[in-house]
Design a protein around this ligand. Structure first.
Ligand code: ADP
Ligand code: TRP
Length: 319
């Protein structure tokens, strides 16, 4: 089994990223060869400030390592250290119908937000397909929002194989159904682009403030409350044990507990849950050269696999 996933260095890691993508990836690193990378080429579609992009890449590397990525087990690298992936993108671009990309929700969403798209944003899914296919990945753990991009990847791989012979591996996505969409403070999907995130490495005060901002309904303190429609409860469940979750559920149903109390309980769970990772991150950030070394070593290994696939692909297409 070859597991692969990537994350864009586009902002601080939030609870949605952690439960939707990072934790499943880290669990899988024990079960098969994992390729995990920081998608800095993808980040260019948003035209970030160069110094900020460089700093964010290191931030994401620290996040992953702090959360438990084991560089002895997983191959951890920066996407742009493998230029072959852009070479494969060009070849796959030439196999990708424009209509397939025009149908992508994430592209349509960005346009409907009023963004003038650059060509990189449009062909984003082809670069993502290359990321996956170049390492012959079999399993791709992602959040639900990436499902369509995996369908595009499979479509491209099948088209390529039909035309040139069975060279590319057709991958499957792995979506954590129970945490498929982690809600943000406003109850919508938690996302940097909706400004509703709770960052896992926030300072205590900032974290508490965000938790207290979570939107709830206006049921009075004394009345029973529905845990299953409450954003606070949805987040609490992610951190708490089964017993703690069922205790809080009972308190919701019994009435007499205000949402402020539930928020305080959530804050405490969240703060304690990430404590060891926070401490590890602090430690790692004192040795950024060591972090850079891990990325360079990972890139060397990933590049070897990428070069093998590229050689096969180029021969197949007649280059
Ligand atoms: P954002 O939406 O904040 O920009 P990204 O698009 O960079 O986050 O997502 C990085 C990874 O985290 C992806 O695999 C994505 O599916 C997952 N992810 C992001 N937000 C959530 C969420 N709210 N719930 C579950 N998974 C998520
Ligand atoms: N598009 C993904 C996101 O925004 C990041 C990504 C890039 C990715 N290439 C990938 C995820 C390959 C999985 C596999 O979250």
């Amino acid at each position: 089994m070859r597991i692969l996933s990537g994350i864009q260095p586009s902002g601080a890691l939030h609870i949605g990223n952690y439960f939707g993508m990072m934790r499943p990836c880290l669990e899988l690193q024990k079960k098969g060869q994992a390729y995990l990378f920081i998608a800095d080429y993808h980040a260019l579609t948003q035209q970030p400030d160069p110094a900020e992009l460089r700093a964010r890449v290191l931030d994401v590397a620290l996040d992953f390592l702090a959360c438990g990525l084991d560089p002895e087990k997983a191959i951890f690298f920066r996407q742009s250290d493998i230029p072959e992936v852009t070479e494969l993108t060009w070849i796959l671009n030439c196999q990708t119908p424009v209509g397939l990309l025009e149908r992508c929700h994430s592209y349509k969403d960005k346009i409907s937000q009023g963004l003038t798209p650059n060509h990189g944003l449009f062909s984003y899914p082809v670069l993502m397909a290359s990321d996956i296919l170049i390492y012959k990945s079999t399993l791709v753990p992602v959040g639900k929002d990436q499902k369509q991009h995996l369908e595009v990847t499979r479509d491209i791989a099948i088209r390529f194989n039909n035309r040139y012979g069975k060279i590319l591996t057709v991958p499957k996505e792995m979506i954590q159904e129970n945490v498929a969409v982690v809600p943000g403070v406003d109850g919508e999907k938690m996302s940097k682009s909706y400004d509703n995130t709770i960052e896992i490495f926030d300072e205590e005060k900032a974290l508490r403030k965000k938790v207290m901002k979570i939107v709830t309904d206006s049921t009075p303190v004394e009345n029973p409350k529905d845990p299953d429609t409450c954003n606070v409860f949805a987040l609490y469940k992610l951190f708490a044990s089964d017993t703690e979750t069922s205790d809080l559920r009972d308190r919701y149903l019994a009435g007499g507990m205000g949402y402020g109390e539930a928020k305080q309980a959530l804050f405490e769970q969240c703060w304690e849950f990430f404590r060891p990772m926070r401490e590890k991150r602090e430690e790692l950030s004192k040795n950024l050269d060591g972090v850079e070394d891990i990325l360079v070593t990972g890139a060397r290994k990933a590049r070897k696999t990428a070069a093998e696939t590229m050689a096969e692909v180029k021969t197949a297409v007649g280059l």
